[in-house]
Design a protein around this ligand. Structure first.
Ligand code: ZN
Length: 381
């Protein structure tokens, strides 16, 4: 069934059905609105103009059309809107017309109906590449990093979160070359595993990809990387690929080059290797959040505001992993769950960083040890 929707500043014709699936002639996912909001706002805060953009899995074209309509004109030099489906390309053309983007007059836009890899490899290079597939981004990463320009930005979505988060350990090993962890840390570790995979592929071409913004939701994981060139830079990235170790007894977390380490007289569980560097660029996230809070268009977008607020807060602490307070309380047979503000304050009074995290609403991200946190929880009980 065809339907007209409004998203951001644009109108868009889509095919809708009760269930979102690959079977729809053109794929539109309303759960991805936040994803597109973040994309537009991340590009808005980049200092560079004249971006050459590739949106190679464009579906209805909604992402590209939003970028063209919502960003200042000087920001974009060209946009390649590609989809391998003829139905999609037909719809993209209709949607451009609906939004008064006349192809004849607007020489910024190129539309093509190609395999996404071919569309990328046929190009000379891009400053922004968006890989937003249904499922794993794996088939497209190689072509994308090959055509990613110096200082270019690569955005990657993965909707196969069950592999990354460890529901199927072997699927994660096959697709992402690392061991996942099936516990409260699974989404953070999953996104770090995804980051490493993309970085490894880029490092083959002496490109260093540093995360600018990373987050995980119920339906997908999303990472934006910035690209630098050079052997040393690529090596420096690879040096931050480590194991995450987790004590199933006291819940202590650490990172190491080794995967066999003991805590509480028994071997710690491990995941990885994965990226153990920063997930977000603090200043940039702050800038995006400020813009979003000022923009009337996002006034009702509580999900977007909440997500960016949480990412901003947690970007102040660079520790890998977090402590699920509800689990710690239960495991230590404590009666009450203290107020999170009190726990955070107590950690800070002892000289540690502590924040909440978007990965787990019951958790605190802190560089404090599990044992010291447990003693705080006991004091607050
Ligand atoms: Zn332990």
């Amino acid at each position: 069934m065809e339907k007209m929707i409004k998203e951001g500043k644009i109108f868009c014709k889509i095919y809708s059905d009760k269930k979102i699936s690959r079977e729809l002639p053109v794929f539109y996912n309303p759960a991805m609105k936040t994803n597109r909001d973040v994309t537009v706002e991340l590009l808005r805060v980049q200092k560079r103009n004249n971006l050459q953009i590739a949106d190679v899995l464009a579906a209805s074209g909604i992402r590209s059309i939003r970028m063209i309509k919502e960003l200042p004109a000087k920001k974009i030099k060209t946009v390649l809107i590609n989809d391998c489906s003829e139905n999609a390309v037909k719809l993209i053309k209709e949607n451009l017309k609906i939004n008064k983007l006349n192809l004849g007059k607007n020489n910024k836009i190129t539309i093509s109906c190609n395999d996404a890899n071919k569309a990328l490899l046929d190009g000379n290079g891009f400053d922004y590449i968006d890989i937003d597939p249904f499922g794993s981004p794996n088939p497209f990463i190689d072509s994308a990093v090959k055509r990613l320009a110096r200082d270019g930005i690569l955005a990657v979505t993965a909707t196969d979160t069950s592999a990354l988060a460890g529901t199927f350990e072997n699927a994660c090993r096959r697709k992402y070359w690392a061991k996942p962890m099936r516990n409260e840390l699974m989404h953070e570790i999953g996104i770090r595993i995804l980051i490493r995979k993309v970085q490894l592929i880029a490092s083959q071409y002496e490109k260093a990809l540093t995360p600018l913004l990373s987050y995980s939701t119920q339906h997908y994981m999303r990472v934006f990387f910035v690209c630098e060139k050079g052997k040393e830079k690529a090596d420096a990235i690879n040096n931050l690929h480590k194991y995450v170790l987790y004590c199933t007894n006291c819940m202590q977390i650490q990172t190491d080059n080794l995967n066999k380490i003991e805590c509480c007289n028994k071997q710690m569980q491990y995941a990885g290797p994965c990226w153990v560097g920063e997930l977000n660029q603090k200043k940039m996230v702050q800038h995006i959040l400020d813009n979003v809070m000022r923009n009337k268009m996002y006034k009702e977008e509580k999900e977007l505001q909440k997500l960016l607020q949480a990412i901003k807060e947690e970007s102040c602490v660079s520790t890998v992993g977090f402590y699920d307070i509800h689990m710690l309380v239960k495991r230590n047979n404590l009666k009450n769950i203290p107020k999170f503000d009190f726990i955070i304050k107590a950690c800070k009074q002892r000289g540690f960083d502590a924040v909440r995290t978007h990965f787990d609403e019951y958790a605190i991200k802190s560089n404090i040890s599990a044992k010291m946190l447990i003693s705080i929880l006991k004091e607050l009980n």
